[in-house]
Design a protein around this ligand. Structure first.
Ligand SMILES: NC(=O)c1ccc[n+]([C@@H]2O[C@H](COP(=O)([O-])OP(=O)(O)OC[C@H]3O[C@@H](n4cnc5c(N)ncnc54)[C@H](O)[C@@H]3O)[C@@H](O)[C@H]2O)c1
Ligand SMILES: N[C@H](CO)Cc1c[nH]c[nH+]1
Ligand SMILES: [Zn+2]
Length: 835
C-alpha cells in the first residue's frame, strides 16, 4: 500500500507549492489514515487508489510505463518508483508525464539532493504536470535536510518513525513544529512567525504570532495556541471559552507567514467579543455561526428553532425556495432567492451537525473525482419540454397552508425586528425600470404611451383616451345597485369630511383677523389598478372625494382589459363622478402621462391611488421631478392587514379576514396577533386557514403571501397594541371582546375595523370609509385618501389700523433680529401715519 499507519506523511512541498496541509479525521479516509497528516491535493487520488485495492507499482522498464498509460488514461494514479542512480531510468518517467510520481528512497542523504536536482532539471522539469514526492522511508531526517529539500523545491513524505508523537523533540525524531519551521523564514527581530487565523471558509478572524513552541503546542493539541508578544504562550480562549480547534495549517507562497484554519468557538476571536478583529463577520460563514448559536441558545418559539424541530416545515421551505430560485428571472431576484435557499439549506445542515467545512470538503473532493455521475436529474424532476408540462413533483400543491407562529415573549430582539419587516420592494431595481419609461413618455407622449401599453398589457390601441360622454355599458341590476349603494355611503362619509363653504376665522389680536378657506386642486389623476384584478371600487374611493372636493378635471387612469376594452363598472363610476378623461393605460406609463401630459392626456396637479410596485415607484419619482410639478397622495402599495384576536375569537371569521387581503397579490402581508390565545384556538385557526384557502380561486397567490405572513402570540393587550402601532398596518381589525375600548390605544393604522362584525371587506367596498390607504408602515406619517386629499387650504388675514398698531413693534423687532430691514420698513412706513 502506498500509505500505511506507519507512514505519518507531512508533505513539505505543499507548504511552499500547494500551500496546504490537512490535519484530517475525515470518515471518508481509510481507518489507517485517520488522524494523520496527508497532502490534500493528492488525497482523492490516493484514496481512490487505495479504495480500488491497488498495490504499489514498481517501474522496471519503458514497456511497463506504456502499458500503464494505456490502461489508465486519466493520469490520476500515483506511481511509486524506487530511487535509482541511473539517469537512463528517468527517461521512463518522462513517458509518464502527468502522473503523480513518488520517488522511494531506502537511504537518503544530503548528497542525493544534488543528484536529484540534476536529474530533475535535465530530464524531468519539462514534464509540466508531473508531481514528484520523495518517500524517504527510513532515511534519516534532519532539520537541515528538510531546509535543503525545501530550498530545492523537493516534496517529501516523512516516515512516521521520524516524527515525534509529542511536542518534545529527541535525537531520533523531529517534532511537527520543527518540520514546519524548517520550511519557514521570518524577518522579525523577535524571531516570531506572522500567523493569520481564518475560519473554515477562509474568513480572516485575526492576526497573531507563532513560535516553534507555540506551533508544537498547537499542532499536537490541535488547538489555537499562539505566541503573544507580551504575554508569552497564549492558549486562545482558555479563560473566556472562545477556544479554537485547529483544522489546517498552511504556509504562504514565500514561506514567511502561516495560516491557521480553525473552528472558532464561543463569542469569537476578538477580545471585544466580536467574531473577527474586523467586526462581526459577514456572509455565509456568519450565517452558519448564527445558526449554530441558535441551535444551542434559541428559546422555544423562535423561527429558526422551529425549523430545526420541524423537519416537514424545513423540507417544504427548501423545496419552495428551490422552486422560487428556478423561477426567478432578474439578477436581483435570483440572488434573493438563492439567499433564501442557502439559509434553509444551512439550517438543515446545522440541524444535523454538518458544518460549512464539511460541505466544503465534499465540494473539494468532488472537483477531484475520477469518475463522475452523468449529472442527469432523477426522473421525477425532469420536465418534459416537448410536452410542455409542469414538473410533476411539486409537493407544494398538496402541502398545508399555514402561517408561522412566534411567541413574542421569548423572541430575541433581531427576530422581533424581522417580524416588523414587509416583503421587500426591490426599490433600486424597480426604480431603474420605471425611470426610462417615464422619460420616454415625457419625451414621446402618446406614441410612447401606446407602445408601452402594447408591451406590458399586450393591447394595441388607436388612442390612449376615452372622452365623455362615456358610452356606459348595460350593467346587471344587482351590480348597478351595489355600486349605487356603495357610492351613496362613500359620498355621505366623504361629504361630511369637509365643509367647503365654511371659512375658519380667528381674531388673534384686536383688529387682526386670520382666516383659512378651502379650494379644490384643479386637476387630479386617479389611478385605478387593473393588473391582477380590476378594481372599480378604487374608482369610487378616488372619484367620490375628488368630486366632493370640486376638482375641475378628473382623469381616471386604468389599464385596458385583454380585449382592449375598459372595465364597464369603471366607466359607470367615471360617469357618476364626472370624470373628464379616462386614460386607457396602466403602470408607470399612465403615471408619466398624467404627470407630464401628452397630446391627448391633460397634465394633472396631483396623482392619487394605489398600484403595484411600478405604479408606486413611478408616483414617487414624478413627485420629486420639479419639471413635473405634481404631488401624490402617498405610497399605497401591496395590501396589508393586521388582526388582533383574543381567545374568544371566531377562527372562521379571523381566517376569512386574513385571506381577504392575502389574496390581493403575492406581496400582500397579513398578520395575526393572538392575545392569550389557547393552543386549541390556535390549532383551529391554522386548520381553518388551510381549509378556506384551498377552497379559494386565488389559492396560489395566497400560498405565496401566507409564506411571508405570521401569527405572533402575546400574553398582554398592551404588548400586542405596541407591536401593532410599531408595524403601522394599512388595515387593523380588533377582533376582541370590548373592542371599542381598544380604539383609544391605536396610534398608527390606515383604517380600523372594530369588533368581530366588521370584516375588512366592508371598508374595501361599501361602508363609507376610503380603501386607498398607506402601506409599508407609512401609516405612521400619512392619512389614507379622504376629501382633504383633493383640496388646498389657503390662509388670509385682515388688519385694521388698530390691528397694525397693536402688532407693529413686535414685527419690527423681529425683523431687526433677522437683519431684514425691508421687512421692518413695510411696517415702519405705515406706523408713522398711524401714531
Ligand atoms: N394600498 C391600497 O390602498 C391598495 C388598494 C387597492 C389595491 N392595492 C394594491 O394595488 C396593487 C395592484 O397591482 P396590479 O398589478 O394588480 O395592478 P396595477 O394596475 O397596479 O399594475 C398593472 C400594470 O403594471 C404594468 N406592468 C406590469 N408588469 C410590468 C413590468 N414588468 N414592467 C413595467 N410595468 C409593468 C402594466 O402596465 C400593467 O398595466 C396590488 O398590489 C394591490 O394589493 C392597494
Ligand atoms: N384592500 C384593498 C386596499 O388595500 C382595496 C380593495 C379593492 N378591492 C378589494 N380590496
Ligand atoms: Zn381588499
Amino acid at each position: 500500500m502506498l500509505f500505511s499507519c506507519s507512514n505519518l506523511s507531512l508533505d513539505l512541498t505543499s507548504f511552499f507549492i500547494v500551500g496546504e496541509v490537512l490535519l484530517t479525521n475525515s470518515p471518508n479516509l481509510p481507518h489507517s489514515l485517520r488522524n494523520t497528516w496527508i497532502k490534500i491535493t493528492e488525497e482523492d487520488d490516493y484514496i481512490s487508489f487505495l479504495d480500488r485495492g491497488a498495490e504499489r507499482i514498481v517501474l522496471k522498464n519503458s514497456d511497463i510505463a506504456t502499458s500503464i498509460r494505456n490502461q489508465i488514461p486519466n493520469n490520476r494514479l500515483a506511481i511509486t518508483v524506487n530511487f535509482c542512480q541511473n539517469k537512463e531510468f528517468y527517461n521512463i518517467i518522462k513517458d509518464l508525464n502527468g502522473f503523480t510520481i513518488i520517488l522511494s528512497f531506502d537511504v537518503f542523504n544530503l548528497d542525493d539532493i544534488g543528484f536529484l536536482k540534476e536529474v530533475i532539471s535535465q530530464n524531468l522539469m519539462d514534464l509540466e504536470k508531473t508531481n514528484f514526492i520523495l518517500d524517504l522511508k527510513d532515511a534519516k531526517l534532519t532539520y537541515e535536510l528538510i531546509k535543503q529539500l525545501k530550498e530545492n523545491k523537493l516534496e517529501i513524505m516523512i516516515p512516521e518513525s521520524q516524527v515525534s508523537k509529542t511536542a518534545e523533540s529527541s535525537d531520533d525524531c523531529l517534532t511537527l513544529g520543527e518540520i514546519v519551521t524548517a520550511s519557514l523564514k521570518t524577518d522579525r527581530t523577535d524571531g516570531l512567525y506572522t500567523t493569520v487565523v481564518t475560519d473554515e471558509s477562509g474568513v480572516a478572524l485575526g492576526l497573531v504570532y507563532s513560535s516553534l513552541k507555540s506551533l508544537n503546542e498547537s499542532i499536537y493539541s490541535r488547538q489555537g495556541i499562539y505566541q503573544s508578544r507580551n504575554r508569552g504562550l497564549w492558549h486562545k480562549g482558555l479563560t473566556s471559552g472562545a477556544t479554537q480547534d485547529l483544522l489546517k495549517l498552511n504556509l504562504d507562497c514565500d514561506g514567511d507567514a502561516i495560516k491557521f484554519t480553525v473552528t472558532q468557538h464561543g463569542s469569537g476571536f476578538c477580545h471585544l467579543n466580536t467574531r473577527t478583529c474586523w467586526g462581526q463577520g459577514y456572509g455565509i460563514t456568519h450565517l452558519s455561526q448564527v445558526l449554530r448559536d441558535r441551535m444551542s441558545n434559541s428559546p422555544e418559539g423562535s423561527y429558526t428553532k422551529r425549523l430545526f424541530n420541524d423537519r416537514d416545515l424545513l423540507k417544504s421551505k427548501i423545496i419552495e425556495e428551490a422552486h422560487e430560485l428556478c423561477d426567478a428571472t432578474s439578477k436581483e431576484d435570483v440572488a434573493w432567492e438563492a439567499a433564501d435557499l442557502i439559509y434553509f439549506a444551512l439550517a438543515r445542515c446545522t440541524a444535523e451537525g454538518v458544518s460549512l467545512s464539511d460541505i466544503e470538503k465534499h465540494l473539494d473532493l468532488r472537483s477531484k473525482k475520477i469518475t463522475r455521475r452523468p449529472g442527469n436529474a432523477k426522473p421525477q424532476f425532469i420536465k418534459k419540454a416537448e410536452e410542455n408540462v409542469e414538473v410533476p413533483t411539486i409537493p407544494l400543491i398538496k402541502e398545508e397552508i399555514e402561517m408561522c407562529v412566534y411567541d413574542f415573549n421569548i423572541l430575541q430582539s433581531d427576530e422581533k425586528k424581522r417580524l416588523l419587516e414587509r416583503p421587500i420592494m426591490k426599490t433600486e431595481e424597480v426604480f431603474g425600470k420605471v425611470k426610462p419609461i417615464l422619460d420616454d413618455v415625457k419625451k414621446n407622449g402618446d406614441k410612447s404611451l401606446l407602445a408601452f401599453t402594447e408591451k406590458f398589457d399586450q393591447v394595441k390601441l388607436d388612442s390612449p383616451v376615452v372622452l365623455p360622454p362615456f358610452n356606459v355599458p348595460q350593467l346587471k341590476p344587482n351590480v348597478k345597485k351595489a355600486i349605487d349603494v356603495a357610492f351613496s355611503n362613500i359620498l355621505k362619509f366623504h361629504s361630511s369630511q369637509l365643509d367647503m363653504s365654511a371659512v375658519l376665522k380667528v381674531e388673534t389680536m384686536p383688529g387682526i383677523v386670520c382666516s383659512r378657506f378651502v379650494r379644490p386642486i384643479e386637476s387630479v389623476g386617479l389611478y385605478v389598478p387593473g393588473g391582477s384584478a380590476v378594481l372599480p371600487s378604487t374608482a369610487l374611493m378616488l372619484g367620490i372625494p375628488a368630486m366632493v372636493a370640486g376638482c375641475k378635471n378628473i382623469v381616471i387612469a386604468t389599464p385596458p382589459r385583454k380585449d382592449g376594452t375598459l372595465c364597464p363598472e369603471v366607466v359607470y363610476v367615471a360617469e357618476k363622478v364626472g370624470a373628464s378623461v379616462i386614460l386607457v393605460a396602466g403602470g408607470a406609463q399612465a403615471i408619466g402621462a398624467m404627470a407630464y401630459g401628452t397630446e391627448t392626456v391633460p397634465k394633472v396637479d396631483k396623482i392619487c391611488g394605489p398600484g403595484n410596485q411600478f405604479v408606486t415607484a413611478a408616483k414617487m419619482i414624478v413627485q420629486n421631478d420639479t419639471s413635473a410639478m405634481v404631488s401624490i397622495d402617498m405610497p399605497a402599495g401591496p395590501s396589508e392587514l393586521l388582526v388582533i384576536a383574543d381567545d374568544n375569537c371566531n377562527p372562521a371569521y379571523v381566517v376569512s379576514d386574513l385571506l381577504s387581503q392575502a389574496e390581493h397579490g403575492p406581496d400582500s402581508q397579513v398578520i395575526l396577533l393572538g392575545v392569550n390565545l389557547s393552543k386549541s384556538r390556535l390549532a383551529a385557526i391554522q386548520k381553518e386557514l388551510d381549509k378556506q384557502a384551498k377552497a379559494l380561486e386565488r389559492c396560489e397567490i395566497i400560498r405565496k403571501s401566507i409564506a411571508h405572513s405570521h401569527i405572533i402570540l402575546f400574553n398582554s393587550k398592551k404588548m400586542a397594541m405596541d407591536f401593532s402601532n410599531t408595524y403601522a398596518p394599512e388595515h387593523l381589525i380588533l377582533h376582541v371582546d370590548d373592542a371599542e375600548s381598544w380604539v383609544k390605544d391605536v396610534f398608527n393604522a390606515g383604517s380600523v375595523f372594530v369588533g368581530k362584525w366588521a370584516p375588512e371587506s366592508c371598508g374595501d367596498y361599501a361602508s363609507g370609509t376610503n380603501h386607498t390607504l398607506p402601506t409599508y408602515g407609512y401609516a405612521k406619517i400619512y392619512s389614507g385618501v379622504n376629501t382633504n386629499t383633493f383640496v388646498k387650504h389657503i390662509t388670509s388675514q385682515t388688519l385694521t389700523k388698530e390691528g397694525l398698531s397693536n402688532i407693529a413693534d413686535t414685527v419690527m423687532d423681529l425683523a431687526e433680529i433677522e437683519g431684514l430691514g425691508a421687512h421692518r420698513n413695510a411696517v415702519a412706513v405705515r406706523v408713522k401715519d398711524l401714531r
